[in-house]
Design a protein around this ligand. Structure first.
Ligand code: GDP
Ligand code: MG
Length: 295
């Protein structure tokens, strides 16, 4: 080939470097109390992506009273992922739910602030520790009706600050038909109220992104079920919920869409979620803060 230099060798270098450095990824779960957020944190860590359960996961789940992060380093084929999931206390328990989003938004902004303070130092660390929330999973109660005003207000604020993936919580309480209708209703409500959840249309880079992400947008909110116990089904150990009428398997697509959520977060869109966090959400924060201090 005339003038061929072999620039693609840079791809190998990027890969080697990424493997050396590893990845950091931070998820937050948000939603009303009792919707299965804490259970989902365990489901994410215990799910079969990682063959064995990381040590130190709690057995029984108590009510979550404060923001609490769990981190595990997961290594697969030489690739290291430091995954942190931040659990939050349920909101909406109070009679007056005014500003119940404040603690969550404050936490997200505090992580941006920490990053900013490191970034503006004259002598900077070679690698700034990244505690910014790359994706917030928002739990919608399985009412089967429309989004509640509280969810709408919360989501509107959240989407301006962070990537948000809404899910229908405890989806085992809905029939297949109810799930589909509820999903469509929520999609309609999100559109009506200009709530731009992840993956945002405006950040599709090209036609391939558009095709892939359109499919995901049609399926969001995923109808998920969480579980932290394993059961024997046909001789295989599966994560699931044992009920009187059988076992709801969380990793079985015939039962629920937890696999779609996990794959979106940890497999297919991890880097994109990080890029949008850095280039859009953090950038917005940075510009606001630096403008403030100029004034
Ligand atoms: P949180 O308050 O949102 O953190 O909810 P928890 O994870 O503490 O769960 C509250 C209760 O709901 C517990 O008894 C869980 O076992 C149960 N639970 C969690 N996920 C699901 C689910 O997907 N379906 C059903 N039916 N129950 C669930
Ligand atoms: Mg909890």
């Amino acid at each position: 080939m005339l003038g061929y230099v072999g620039i693609e060798a840079v791809l190998d270098q990027l890969k080697i470097k990424a493997m050396k450095m590893g990845f950091e990824f931070n998820i937050m779960v948000v939603g009303q109390s009792g919707l299965g957020k804490s259970t989902m944190v365990n489901t994410l860590f215990k799910s079969k992506v990682w063959k064995s359960t990381p040590p130190g996961l709690v057995g029984t789940i108590a009510q979550t009273l404060q923001l609490h992060s769990v981190t595990h380093v997961i290594e697969e084929k030489g690739v290291k992922l430091k995954l942190t999931v931040t659990d939050t206390p349920g909101f909406g328990d109070q009679i007056n739910n005014d500003k119940c989003w404040d603690p969550i938004l404050n936490y997200i902004n505090e992580q941006y602030e920490k990053y900013l303070q490191e970034e503006i130092l004259i002598t900077r660390q070679r690698r700034i520790p990244d505690t910014r929330v790359h994706c917030c999973v928002y739990f919608v109660p399985p009412t089967g009706h429309c989004l509640r005003p509280l969810d709408i207000e919360f989501l509107q604020r959240l989407c301006q600050t962070v990537n948000v993936v809404p899910v229908i919580a405890r989806a085992d309480s809905l029939t297949i038909e109810e799930r589909e209708n509820f999903r469509r209703q929520i999609q309609h409500d999100l559109k009506t109220h200009c709530i731009d959840v992840y993956p945002q249309k405006c950040f599709d880079d090209d036609i391939n992104d558009r095709i892939l992400n359109s499919k995901i947008r049609e399926r969001i909110p995923f109808a998920v079920v969480g579980a932290d116990r394993e059961h024997l089904v046909n001789g295989k150990c599966v994560l699931g919920r044992k009920t009187k009428w059988g076992i709801v398997e969380v990793e079985n697509m015939a039962h629920c869409e937890f696999p779609l959520l996990r794959d979106l977060l940890i497999r297919s869109h991890l880097q994109d979620l990080k890029d949008i966090t850095h280039n859009v959400h953090y950038e917005n924060y940075r510009v606001c803060r630096l403008n403030e201090s100029d004034a």
